[in-house]
Write a protein that binds this ligand. Structure first.
Ligand code: SF4
Length: 389
């Protein structure tokens, strides 16, 4: 067990549990509180190592076989101390629980920092390692986020290791699948908030019933996250759905999901400003559905990503578009965030419509589905329609 005592106060900070009405990662909450986009979430890439090589992995091309030496934690703490509105930390990899060295030198110190400051923590994991590893840190994780895109067992054995040069034997892969199901269920039953994310693409779309039922009944996850897949890194090799197919699939999910389980939709390519009756009806259906929430994309709106080895700061979803923004060795995170917000790329998509708590599209969504749209112009039109000024 990870032993922690708070150095800042005698008692640990009280954290309101995560729920559909309390999502500390929602960028709109920061916007409402501060009347502007505000940095409140730092995502750390803590390892380049992983026991899998999923074809859809968002960081696929950066995975390596050994980790370099991380930057001193004192520098990382100092940069976090300088973020006054820090609310959440996300820990990602690779598989953050894969390397014992990384767990000891980076993950646990970050968990301790978050604990001391009352910061919410999300970890992105595949939950495939031995249960003990996850139990050791369970108490300090507010959201354990996993990807679940396995419509068939063949998808797991093929796509889950799709980018691995030397393939493990089939029997070993099947055992890992069972271990993942059991780990998830056991941790869920012990009270861990596990959010399983499914990407909508041509591979998952025919199997969404099976995937959803597994997440709800077999893995007992508290939340099923749905994100359309956009072409980035390894994911560009898989087939994305057309805009029409995505909308039909959302309807299907709303009609067939288990209403007792929270379903969160993120980075949806439908917006209140798009003049299309069917789109607006779908948005209304989403708003009316019980236990369903919509989330603004946090990347670049309240979140920056820091690589603990290089110190590079990026906006994850914009990595390919914008490259590295700066480095924590040189700059404060709040300064980098302000500079990013002033950049032409951020300016082109950072619209805001209070009527719908909407903070605009993700750049991948815009480029793929709305390349000709000017969302700043849409924002002006919306203001005129809803007299928001
Ligand atoms: S915030 Fe942007 S994307 Fe959202 S409704 Fe307004 S103009 Fe459209």
């Amino acid at each position: 067990m990870l032993k922690m005592t708070s150095s800042n106060s005698a008692l640990p900070h009280f954290k309101k549990p995560i729920s559909i009405s309390h999502g500390p990662w929602e960028a709109y909450n920061d916007f409402s509180e501060h009347n502007q986009l505000t940095l409140s979430n730092i995502e750390f890439t803590t390892t380049n190592l992983c026991n899998m090589r999923c074809s859809h992995c968002a960081v696929g091309y950066t995975l390596q076989t050994s980790d370099p030496t991380p930057l001193p934690m004192d520098l990382i703490y100092r940069r976090l101390d300088e973020v006054p509105n820090l609310k959440t930390i996300s820990i990602t990899g690779g598989e953050p629980m894969f390397s014992k060295k990384s767990i000891k030198n980076v993950v646990k110190p970050l968990l301790k920092y978050a604990f001391d400051r009352g910061i919410y923590v999300q970890m992105n994991s595949n939950l495939i390692l031995s249960l003990d590893r996850y139990l050791e840190i369970a108490e300090y994780i507010d959201v354990m986020h996993i990807s679940h895109n396995w419509g068939t067992i063949d998808t797991f054995t093929e796509v889950g290791f799709g980018a691995m040069q030397k393939q493990p034997p089939l029997k070993a892969k099947l055992k890992l699948y069972d271990q993942m199901l059991l780990n998830t269920r056991t941790l869920s039953e012990q009270g861990m908030f596990i959010s399983a994310e499914t990407m909508l693409n041509k591979s998952t779309q025919p199997h969404l019933n099976k995937i959803h039922n597994e997440i709800v009944y077999d893995m007992k996850c508290q939340r099923h996250e749905i994100h359309p897949m956009y072409p980035a890194d390894f994911a560009s090799q898989l087939e994305v759905l057309s805009l029409r197919e995505i909308k039909e699939t959302i309807h299907y999910l709303l009609d067939h999901r288990h209403p007792g389980t929270w379903m969160l939709f993120g980075t949806l390519p439908i917006y209140p400003c798009i003049r299309d009756e069917e789109d607006q009806a779908l948005l209304q259906k989403l708003r009316n559905a019980q236990n369903v929430s919509l989330r603004n994309d946090p990347d670049g709106r309240n979140r920056l990503n820091v690589n603990v080895f290089t110190g590079n700061i990026i906006v994850t979803d914009f990595g390919d578009e914008n490259g590295t923004l700066s480095n924590i060795k040189n700059d404060k995170l709040t300064d980098v965030f302000s500079t990013w917000l002033k950049s032409p790329l951020a300016q082109s998509i950072n619209c805001h419509c209070a009527q719908f708590s909407c903070l605009g599209p993700n750049i991948l969504v815009k480029n793929m589905y709305y390349p000709q749209s000017d969302f700043k112009e849409n924002e002006s039109n919306m203001r005129r329609i809803y007299t928001m000024d």
